[in-house]
Design a protein around this ligand. Structure first.
Ligand code: GDP
Ligand code: MG
Length: 441
């Protein structure tokens, strides 16, 4: 696909400005790209119309080719459609105990996502969370949540045989109040297909719990079906956000665009695997890049410039010149990378990166490594960050434990830091950091 688009854009490159014909030709390919990414037809059509308006006659800036310009307009439009809440990862959980209702089809990942979010709330926000399974159809489903709960150290409501979903919801509410919990999460039963009984039950639970958030969990691989499901749930139950699961697979993320365009509901989180840490808040840029699936150096450069604030860069450079590069510097760099949408998205913007990405995947390097490394640095004291040499076995153990990770992960991080620090020192010696300045431009 990238190749096909590449061809069109190469032809565009030879010319000076964006004619209507150029844009039409390029957008025909973009439309195919969208459909291949599972974006529904009407959504793709509307999207193309919007881009066409913006692109035709747009002034071509000197620094980019017309082809790149169209890509950028398409990319920006995707991001603007996909962007929902200001802060998708922030759940409304004031006024404890705050109920969160999880709904969705069977197998979409509700139970897994419930536990992932509970872990996140516990670790990031220091919240006390109670989880309750309302899946009375399948006793194993209740067990599943209890097992996950004990894995992540989050309480689950004791299972009482013979209760119906509404009764469990009521009990969860009472227990959450009495037990002084900040949040209680209701993991509902699903069906293979949407039906009236399922909806009626979810609605009854909603009326009892009065949830602050109702999160619809949708399998990111289902593509177009996802839109119908989202519409139905939102219509009948009211949804405050969507969680897209299985985005670690080869789903192209088109469902995200369709769902957002059709229901107007924000995508809040993205599930990236079966492990309890495999969730992150939604990044419009990442999904946009994925939907397009094409090399785009222009936006990579742009984003790098935006996120690396000039002042920070200046301060960092001064330190590097003196041969100083501590954990705070490393943390800043890791966070910078996260802001840019992570390694994968940075890679995906470089042409021919698919292979590299695959190699990284095989080497076990994925984006969760960034957040794990930041977590490790976060659990160091100020002194340790400024001076990582002081880290002895007992400190290492404490830090790893604080981040919920193994000491071996911490050792990897320290090694990486040492290597980078060596490089920085060398560069610092190279004429007043001229090389560094070049790099950061
Ligand atoms: P539920 O029926 O909606 O509660 O779905 P479950 O939470 O039981 O998940 C069904 C299966 O999907 C389980 O095997 C999960 O481990 C798996 N799963 C859930 N979320 C993800 C994800 O983001 N990525 C991957 N690869 N698997 C997931
Ligand atoms: Mg379940």
């Amino acid at each position: 696909l990238s190749e096909r688009l590449g061809g069109v854009f190469d032809r565009l490159t030879k010319q000076g400005s964006l004619s209507e014909e150029d844009v039409k030709t390029a957008l025909r390919e973009v439309r195919v790209a969208l459909l291949e990414a599972d974006v529904s037809l009407p959504v793709a059509r509307n999207f193309i119309k919007a881009v066409e308006k913006k692109a035709t006659g747009a002034a071509v800036t000197k620094s980019v080719t017309p082809g790149q310009q169209v890509v950028k307009i398409v990319h920006d439009e995707l991001v603007s459609v996909l962007t929902g809440d200001e802060d998708p990862g922030k759940l409304k959980i004031d006024n404890p105990p705050a109920p969160i209702l999880m709904v969705g089809l069977q197998g979409s990942g509700k139970t897994t996502t419930t536990a992932k979010l509970a872990k996140r709330l516990k670790e990031r926000d220091g919240k006390r969370v109670l989880m309750a399974s309302l899946d009375t159809n399948r006793p194993a489903a209740m067990e599943q949540l209890a097992i996950l709960g004990s894995q992540i150290g989050v309480d689950t409501l004791p299972i009482v045989k013979g209760e119906d979903a509404v009764a469990i919801a009521k009990r969860a509410k009472t227990q959450a109040s009495l037990g002084g919990y900040d949040v209680y999460m209701l993991d509902t039963a699903g069906r293979l297909h949407i039906d009236q009984e399922l909806i009626a039950q979810a609605a009854a639970v909603r009326d009892v719990a009065n949830p602050r958030e109702t999160l619809l969990v949708v399998d990111g691989l289902t593509g177009q079906d996802a839109v119908n499901v989202a519409e139905e749930f939102d219509d009948k139950i009211g949804v405050s956000g969507v969680v897209l699961t299985r985005m670690d697979g080869d789903g192209r993320g088109g469902a995200a665009l369709s769902m957002r365009a059709v229901t107007g509901k924000p995508i809040r989180f993205v599930g990236l695997g079966e492990k309890m840490d495999a969730i992150e808040e939604f990044h419009a840029e990442r999904i946009a890049g994925r939907i397009l699936g094409m090399g785009d150096i222009v936006s990579l450069v742009e984003k790098a410039q935006q996120t690396l604030e000039a002042e920070q860069a200046e301060r960092m450079m001064k330190r590097f010149q003196k041969g100083q590069f501590n954990m705070n510097d490393l943390k800043m760099q890791l966070e910078q990378m996260q802001k840019m949408g992570g390694m994968e998205s940075m890679l995906s913007m470089m042409p021919g990166a698919a292979k590299m990405q695959k190699q990284m995947g095989e080497a076990g390097m994925d984006d969760s490594i960034l957040s794990r490394q930041v977590a490790l640095i976060n659990s160091m004291t100020k002194k340790e960050r400024a001076n990582p040499q002081v880290l002895q076995a007992s400190r290492k153990k404490r830090i790893a434990k604080g981040a919920g990770l193994e000491v071996s992960e911490l050792n990897k991080l320290l090694k990486q830091h040492r290597q980078m620090s060596d490089v920085m020192k060398k560069m610092g010696r190279m004429g007043k950091g001229g090389a560094m300045k070049q790099m950061m431009k």
